[in-house]
Design a protein around this ligand. Structure first.
Ligand SMILES: Cc1cc2nc3c(=O)[nH]c(=O)nc-3n(C[C@H](O)[C@H](O)[C@H](O)COP(=O)(O)OP(=O)(O)OC[C@H]3O[C@@H](n4cnc5c(N)ncnc54)[C@H](O)[C@@H]3O)c2cc1C
Ligand code: SF4
Length: 338
């Protein structure tokens, strides 16, 4: 690890102050727990001149959960989410995902905003400066090729690995954003633009492993919100190399409703596979009947179509895709059985 470069630390206490600092310092970065950002700074990946600490901003520290809705401020700590009784009761998928992140110390430091905006990861990127320099860097920083897919035509496949996003995607969550141009709310799904398509140019709404968030200049997340659905059962599961303190090989969130013997609603989302968290499209067509082979075969086909794991981690892409399918099948069966 290299020494940290010089930077100024602003301890903001209000949202307006944060917006002002962001406007005055376009190269600033928000600092939640710093459990990802500071590692990247130390590795020479980033050198923001100004860090804006979000932890003293009261507006971002609230967490409200009941049987009707969930709202979590961006500066809420992961440990608080994991241990919040109403979140555990009404939104178990969210509490479980938070509880699976990294280790206890990271969860005491790490914030919801930092987890939702987590940088994408890759074997060739999460390395020291000298290691990356020895390998001529890559597209995600200053290099000219992607070492994972040298014929990628300018596209980076670095993988999104945050655990909270898939959990919240199964609840059709929205995120509140603020920045110098004002405030807005978007579907959480639209925050993530890492499609990594080689046949389309990178645009504001269609990015890759390098341009993976749709945040506008100076914009940041202030809160995430979701409504509840009566009778929804949900859970999160994840496979990782070590059983603690480890990013997901693959993480899967499932939310479903059972009416009698009928699968009435099914939502499945993944992390650790693509440059974005993936909410599977097409699961509604698998509903309306009993939980039988047709549903599992259909789920497998959707995973094959939409989960695009590349060799960005120590585990091969095809293995991560298979794990994703197996985890999803198991979780669907477990939740349906009740
Ligand atoms: C050993 C180890 C294991 C880990 N395992 C996991 C894991 O299993 N699962 C997992 O999900 N993560 C894991 N992490 C990553 C990290 O600890 C968590 O994702 C954590 O939630 C990040 O939150 P933070 O507040 O510390 O983010 P920070 O490091 O403070 O910020 C991360 C990024 O988000 C930006 N940011 C912060 N807040 C906001 C905001 N409100 N709006 C917009 N941008 C914002 C920052 O500028 C930065 O770019 C691991 C990290 C380590 C070191
Ligand atoms: S996927 Fe390619 S461009 Fe992206 S970080 Fe990895 S090696 Fe670099």
């Amino acid at each position: 690890m290299d020494a940290l470069p010089e930077f100024a630390l602003v301890r903001a206490t209000t949202l307006e102050e944060m917006i002002g600092v962001r406007a005055r310092h376009p190269d600033s970065r928000l600092l939640g727990g710093g459990t990802d950002l500071v590692v990247n700074i130390r590795r020479g990946i980033l050198a923001p001149p100004v860090l804006i600490d979000v932890n003293d901003v009261a507006e971002l520290r609230a967490i409200r959960a009941d049987a009707r809705s969930l709202e979590i401020g961006a500066a809420v700590k992961l440990a608080e989410v994991a241990a919040h009784e109403e979140v555990m009761r009404h939104y178990p998928v969210v509490a479980q995902a938070a509880g699976f992140i990294a280790g206890p110390t990271h969860r005491n430091m790490g914030t919801v905003g930092g987890n939702l905006c987590l940088d994408t990861r890759c074997l060739f990127y999460n390395q020291s400066e000298w290691w990356r320099a020895a390998n001529h860097h890559c597209l995600k920083t200053t290099g000219e090729v992607c070492h994972v897919a040298p014929k990628s035509r300018g596209v980076c496949f670095a993988t999104f690995s945050g655990d909270l996003a898939p959990a919240l995607l199964t609840l059709n969550a929205e995120v509140d954003l603020a920045g110098p141009a004002g405030k807005r709310t978007i579907a959480l799904e639209n925050l993530y633009i890492g499609y990594a398509r080689q046949d389309r140019p990178i645009t504001e709404s269609d990015g890759d492993g390098k341009y993976y968030l749709s945040l506008r200049p100076g914009e940041f997340v202030t809160a995430v919100r979701a409504g509840n659905t009566a009778g929804l059962r949900s859970a999160y599961d994840k496979v990782r190399i070590r059983r603690s303190i480890e990013y997901p090989v693959t993480g899967v969130a499932v939310a479903l409703r059972r009416q009698g013997d009928v699968l009435a609603d099914l939502r499945v989302a993944f992390t650790g596979t693509n440059p974005r968290p993936v909410l599977l499209k097409g699961t509604a067509e698998l509903c309306g009947g009993p939980l039988e082979g047709r549903v599992f075969d259909g789920l497998d086909a959707l995973v094959r179509d939409q989960i695009m794991s590349m060799k960005t981690t120590f585990t091969p892409g095809h293995y991560r895709r298979r794990v994703a399918g197996v985890l999803a099948r198991r979780l669907v069966a477990r939740l349906f059985a009740g």
